[in-house]
Write a protein that binds this ligand. Structure first.
Ligand code: ATP
Ligand code: PAU
Ligand code: K
Length: 260
């Protein structure tokens, strides 16, 4: 079975794919200090607690944090006796082209999202991912990643307000009843929630205008449902988009022959 690891700047998600479906998914905070042995203790404990009987034979990693890859490689080697595929490395082929400025290291999560989006929805897509950053990935008609937009993440923006202003508390995102807040928390939630609705609308409208063609907007990440339920901003949203992309890339590398 495949162990797929999606390592973001805030959280790292491990999922086990049996070839047809994900049989388990676990989340931990991303920490550069965590060793292979620590990962394994955590993983094997969860597997036995939830009676997940999986023989891990393959591993694929997408990491936006370069420093954690070393220890994940050791995990693969020491405990699963396999050499992991690492998205973005030359020996991990992608089923899509990447058309960006020379020397640009596109975040692997964005490439994986583009692969997943193209696999599920076809070309001419905007994939919006609400993670540490809010990213917009533009997928061309033929599935190529052709660039996008990086905005601060929703939780990051709330955190920045709290850290920079002595009188502003830590608050969680939610949709306020009214746009005009009558207390501090409601004012902050309104600024972030409706501010992001505006960001999403404006960025997607400008991408569509710039590319002069109809495009589907697909959202993923923890906060996608909150925005979708409130404002119908997306054509669809998918919880496990990044994980799906990892399985597609794994299968592609397993089954295709690629010229060097
Ligand atoms: N209604 C909500 N309010 C606040 N946080 C939420 C809500 N719904 C989901 N979340 C949070 O969203 C997060 C899931 O987001 P996701 O995995 O897409 O990105 P992340 O882990 O925050 O960022 P990254 O992938 O960059 O590390 C979880 O931390 C979850 O607690
Ligand atoms: C933008 C983030 C932080 C989103 O996770 C990640 O994709 C990243 O570190 N990207 C590198 C720069 C780029 O994608 O162009
Ligand atoms: K993510």
């Amino acid at each position: 079975m495949l162990l797929a690891v999606d390592c973001g700047n805030t959280n790292t998600v491990f999922s086990i794919w049996n070839g047809t479906e994900f049989i388990a998914t676990w989340r931990t905070s991303t920490e550069t200090q965590r060793t292979a042995d620590q990962y394994y203790v955590w993983l094997s404990t969860l597997m036995s607690l939830q009676k997940v009987d999986a023989q891990i034979t393959d591993m694929i990693i997408s990491s936006t944090v370069p420093r954690v890859v070393f220890n994940l490689r050791v995990l693969a080697d020491r405990y699963f006796n396999t050499r992991p595929l690492v998205v973005g490395r030359p020996d991990c082929a992608l089923p899509i082209d990447v058309r960006v400025d020379a020397g640009t290291a596109v975040g692997p999560d964005r490439l994986v999202n583009s692969v997943a989006g193209y696999d599920l929805y076809g070309g001419d897509l905007i994939v919006v991912d609400f993670g540490t950053a809010t990213t917009f990935d533009v997928v061309d008609t033929d599935g190529a990643y052709v660039g996008g937009v990086i905005a601060p993440g929703v939780n990051l923006s709330l955190q920045a307000l709290h850290e920079a202003a002595a009188a502003l508390p830590h608050v969680d995102i939610s949709r306020p009843q009214t746009v005009v807040g009558t207390n501090t928390v409601a004012c902050m939630q309104s600024g972030i929630f409706y501010g992001y609705v505006g960001v999403i609308r404006e960025v997607c409208a400008r991408i569509k205008a710039e590319r002069a063609r109809p495009m589907k907007i697909i959202a993923t990440g923890g906060l996608a449902p909150l925005f979708q339920q409130a404002e119908e901003l997306f054509d669809d949203w998918k919880d496990e988009l990044t994980m799906h992309g990892l399985t597609v890339i794994h299968l592609y590398n397993k089954t295709e022959r690629h010229p060097e």
